[in-house]
Ligand binder design. Structure first.
Ligand SMILES: Cc1ncc(C[n+]2csc(CCOP(=O)(O)OP(=O)(O)O)c2C)c(N)n1
Length: 392
């Protein structure tokens, strides 16, 4: 492991690592291992690929990011703070405290920028597949030739535990079947789980399984330091339009920790004050102060604000041109994104007489279709006043 800092990229990666272990240490609870190992892939994704605007986390055409391994959420909170979301240093310091916006697993609607609640291993992979399906649906419904107002990608960071779970296989099978080319999983393959090495229970060839599911599979051998290899694999994944992509990235859980790296001791307990200090030293971190963010690193991360504003404003002008050319569709869009039900949404619900026989799945389908027909294309003026906001 190099102790000589090479670049701003390296400084930023280590900023994520040190912030995450400081927060876990302060809370005296949490998971330091995943953020230490997965910081490089997360950094490359967020810095060089993810299309997002920290100042507007609900911009419809943003890329989606899911941390399926929700236990590693300090990684996500650091990214949100550093790139400029409405999450402050005080929030990081309140990690895992009652009432804080940085709970022990990510919570949708509680923390700005968190796209979905995660924690039950595997579940986030299915959420990500659903998001990629939603993108496909919206694109086919609203895009018009030369006017692609829906064009975003979905990324999920997944762990060994995620890919052990049956649900991830089921969802990934569907993603392969549908050829969701805008879906990418970054697999933090550290081969360590909660109570030891995965070799105790999990020796299958994940890459070949995903190939069999119809995915495009790549390997990055050194996910601890080789940012360019991660970047290259992400570019390749973006080029692959017909299949979802799995990038298997070999990492070390607890990377940098002299006594705990590579072991399950780094998985779910604070490193301990001495080991935090030793880890920072091993990383070549020169600052003794906890929660220290080098100004150069912060300003580099905050470039996301300007990039995001630019990307969203380009999208907005495309959207306005599209809306002017397609007023009915634009009305349908506004209605769909308002999350409000039209008044009279239940007017055409089918009715059955007592004793009449109908399979419940058929009855449910008829009822849902009647509501869907009302929701599609109904006028905004007739909407109910329900104020719930939804995100696609
Ligand atoms: C379905 C489910 N079962 C059990 C758990 C409890 N749990 C949380 S993290 C974890 C181990 C995860 O190991 P891994 O995915 O390899 O993550 P890493 O050790 O790399 O942080 C377990 C079993 C859970 N969150 N979800």
């Amino acid at each position: 492991m190099s102790t000589v800092r090479q670049s701003i990229d390296e400084l930023c990666v280590d900023t994520i690592r040190t912030l995450a272990i400081d927060a876990v240490q302060k809370a005296n609870s949490g998971h330091p291992g995943l953020p230490l190992g997965a910081a490089p892939m997360a950094y490359v994704l967020w810095q060089r690929h993810l299309k997002h605007n920290p100042k507007d986390p609900s911009w419809p055409d943003r890329d989606r990011f899911v941390l399926s391994a929700g236990h590693g959420c300090m990684l996500w909170y650091c990214l949100l703070y550093l790139t400029g979301y409405d999450l402050g240093m005080d929030d990081l310091k309140a990690f895992r405290q009652w009432g804080s916006r940085t709970p022990g697993h990510p919570e949708y609607r509680l923390t700005p920028g968190v796209e979905t609640t995660s924690g039950p291993l595997g579940q986030g992979t299915a959420n990500a597949v659903g998001m990629a399906m939603a993108e496909r649906f919206l694109a086919s419904r609203f895009n018009r030739p030369g006017s692609e107002i829906v064009d975003h990608r979905t990324f999920a960071l997944v762990s060994d535990g995620d890919l052990m779970e049956g649900i991830s296989n089921e969802a990934s099978s569907l993603a392969g079947h549908l050829g969701l080319g805008k879906l990418t999983f970054l697999y933090d393959s550290n081969r360590v789980s909660l109570d030891g090495p995965t070799s105790m229970a999990f020796t299958e060839d994940v890459g070949r399984r995903y190939e069999a599911l119809g995915w495009h599979v790549q390997h990055v051998e050194d996910g601890n330091t080789d940012l360019d290899a991660i970047d290259h694999a992400l570019r390749q994944a973006e080029q692959e339009t017909l299949r979802p992509s799995l990038i298997i990235i070999r990492t070390t859980i607890g990377y940098g920790s002299p006594h705990k790296a590579g072991t399950s001791e780094a998985h779910g307990s604070p490193l301990g004050a001495e080991e935090v200090a030793a880890t920072k030293k091993a990383l070549g971190w020169e600052h003794e102060e906890s929660f220290f963010v080098p100004p150069d690193a912060l300003s580099h991360f905050r470039g996301a604000v300007e990039r995001g504003a630019r990307a969203q404003s380009e999208w907005r002008s495309r959207f306005e041109t599209w809306a002017a050319a397609n007023p009915d569709l634009a009305e349908e869009w506004r209605h769909a994104f308002s999350g409000d039900l039209p008044s009279g949404w239940d007017a055409d619900l089918p009715k059955w007489k007592a004793g009449e026989k109908e399979a419940t799945r058929v009855a449910a389908g008829k009822a849902l279709n009647a509501i869907a027909a009302k929701c599609r294309g109904s006028s905004a003026a007739t909407r109910t006043s329900r104020s719930r906001r939804t995100r696609s």
